[in-house]
Ligand binder design. Sequence first.
Ligand SMILES: [Zn+2]
Length: 425
Amino acid sequence: MTQLRLILGKILNPISDSSIKYYPDGLLVLEKVKAEEYKVVKITRSSEINKYKGEIFDFSDRVIIPSFFDMHFHWVQDDVRQMPKDSLLDWLDKYTFPTEAKFKNKTFSRKEAKHFFKRLVKVGTLGGACFSSVHEHALDDAFENCIGDFVIGNVLMTMNSPKSLIQTKDEAKKTVDNGFKKYKNKYAVTPRFAIATDPETMKYGHEKARKRKAFIQSHLSENKAEIEFVLDIYKNMKGFERVETYTDIYDQVNGLGPQTLMAHGIHLSSKELTKLARTKTSIIHCPTSNAPTKKLGLGSGLFDFKQVEKHKVRWALGSDIGGGPYLSMFDVMQSFVAQNNSKDATYSKALFRSTLMGAKILGIEKTHGNLQRNKWGNLLVLSKIKTYQDDCPEKILKRICHKYRNSREKYDTLVENVFYKGKMI
Ligand SMILES: [Zn+2]
């Protein structure tokens, strides 16, 4: 006999930018497929509950959404989230690099990983793409402690980097080989950015990733000083004399493709966007990190999502911890809507880009990203929020995201219960 789990709630199920299905009296039916692992059978009305026999979880007065995908974050930067931020390159030198250097200590790294990944579950993030420090044991700690579906990579740093972190090319390449050996396709080749990773090492990693159909992640066009600096470096490098844009640099080292995630992509020309679209490269937009410094961001600029969509470049949302100050994707969603004075920047879009779109980019949308049939029972039960008879998904999401916009650290408390593969964790 099949074993069922019956979850009652006000269910919001994201389908696309403009479509969120809402079941005010919803019943989510989950079916056991393996030991303690459940998949979605269907969402129906709570009045149908008598048709099923199973363990009942009654959250009828709570909103339920699928779990989040955070498509760009640095788990080793949790301690610099709220350090003073004047500009990207200064902040990296003053706070981020010294913090990441501390992960050389194995005891410290293990302790931090336990703490960080517990928090990540608490805020409802069960998937995404993550940067670790250069240290191989820190990568092990991340894989050991994360719950959910993540690709993770150690950053590669072979030039323009502090003594405490810099690697030789051989050392960096070896971390790539070891990463694949241990973690197969869960390992993401992660050049920090073209400023810090030399072209030979990038090319080596990118080619390995392509051969194994694994992911590549890096940063692209976050801030104007960064762009000037990177072009300045590469124009003086053999083989790159004629390079015109930041995007061209990654292209020339075989770094663009359907399994490449580029964080930020704020200051891109139409030509660059066309290239990203043609290679099916994704951009990960991190609004809380790009926000003005008075909003605790790095003041990098506004992501032009309309231009990006016009060029048909795929994009999803990320927290960019520690460039972004808070771990909760609700904070990221709120920031995306607040920054864009546009009727197209909706909470529905923000939810879609924080869930199903992430799963699509990772190529696991058949089993992840929302609560459709045959997907894993990965969902969040939110703390109580008022709902009304004439509510639509957009209104409910707005109410949820508005709740803590002036006390942002409290977004961490919005998720009451987390189900991973149908199991409450
Ligand atoms: Zn980042």
